[in-house]
Design a protein around this ligand. Structure first.
Ligand SMILES: [Zn+2]
Ligand SMILES: [Zn+2]
Length: 297
């Protein structure tokens, strides 16, 4: 095996190969649909309300399901609700639950080191933002990283046919609301959810403060936390990954956690992993928590 990482090998094939291949056509198609659609239908308050109403659940499923449940197992749930979480998350068109979680686990294992699949520090902004998810070279799933969930046939099925729910979402939006529905209830919230999610891979290793001296460049950022329903407390998260909440203090707004608390209150999920006091006690003044400079690049 060569010493090239999978990321370097993919990048070596050139940006055209990364960003423009058969699988990225729907991705760009939805972008064009959103932009052209807004230009044709004009701005609409109803459209904006529909977009907001359909953005929030998408983002919750990315963070509450793909990230905090499937990647980090930060709480427990039943098998049927586990399936609903995975199904909801596939509507966001970010590939299947096994693919997403297996790749995310690599990010934590090698954060900002060679081999990290989406490191700004290693591979630049656009690669970490979306190149890595569009590149066909990273399409396979290393099942050994996700044995805890790949044993469920229904999840393997969803992982394989992940494109069915987002396509269905577009069709339903069109059948109910025509072209207007397709644009505002599908394309616009979908594009916003993609880039909202992607900010965590790109911006949240660049922009914000640090509380914990983690080995990587992760940051805490209120703006990103609002956009992503709590994921912007990314330095907290890198410091203690298994917590169900990423806002460690009451003033760190974490909407995903509030939804999980509501689910727990009615018994849909349980055993939300908390944050021990000794973990919080490692907080440092911001200057002291600066990342190690250029030692691995
Ligand atoms: Zn990270
Ligand atoms: Zn994580």
């Amino acid at each position: 095996m060569s010493s090239m990482t999978a990321v370097e090998a993919a990048q070596a094939r050139g940006w055209r190969h990364v960003y423009f291949n058969a699988l990225t056509l729907p991705f760009w198609g939805v972008h064009i649909l959103a932009i052209v659609g807004i230009a044709i239908t004009g701005f609409s308050w109803l459209g904006l309300a529909l977009t907001a109403a359909l953005y929030a659940p998408r983002m919750f499923f990315v963070t509450g399901a793909y990230h905090r449940y499937f990647s980090h197992r930060s709480y427990k749930t039943s098998r049927w609700f586990q399936f609903l979480l995975a199904l909801g998350a596939t509507f966001t068109a970010q590939k299947g639950p096994l693919w997403w979680a297996a790749h995310h686990r690599v990010h934590h294992k090698l954060s900002d080191m060679p081999g990290d699949l989406h490191s700004v520090k290693q591979s630049g902004f656009w690669w970490s933002h979306m190149g890595w998810i569009l590149a066909r070279d990273l399409e396979g799933t290393d099942m050994s990283r996700i044995k805890d969930f790949s044993k469920y046939p229904e999840l393997r099925w969803l992982d394989r046919f992940w494109m069915v729910p987002p396509v269905a979402a577009g069709v339903i939006a069109f059948l109910i609301g025509g072209f207007f529905g397709l644009v505002w209830a599908f394309a616009v919230p979908q594009v916003l959810c993609w880039h909202g999610t992607f900010t965590i891979n790109s911006l949240s290793h660049l922009w914000g403060g640090r509380r914990f001296a983690t080995e990587d460049d992760s940051r805490n950022n209120l703006v990103l936390a609002l956009i992503t329903m709590g994921e912007g407390w990314h330095n907290n998260h890198h410091h203690y990954q298994v917590a169900a909440r990423q806002g460690f203090f009451w003033w760190e707004i974490d909407c995903t956690y509030y939804v999980l608390r509501a689910f727990a209150a009615v018994g849909l999920v349980w055993d939300l992993h908390g944050i021990p006091d000794h973990i919080k006690a490692k907080a440092l003044p911001e200057e002291a928590a600066e990342p190690p400079v250029a030692d691995v690049a």
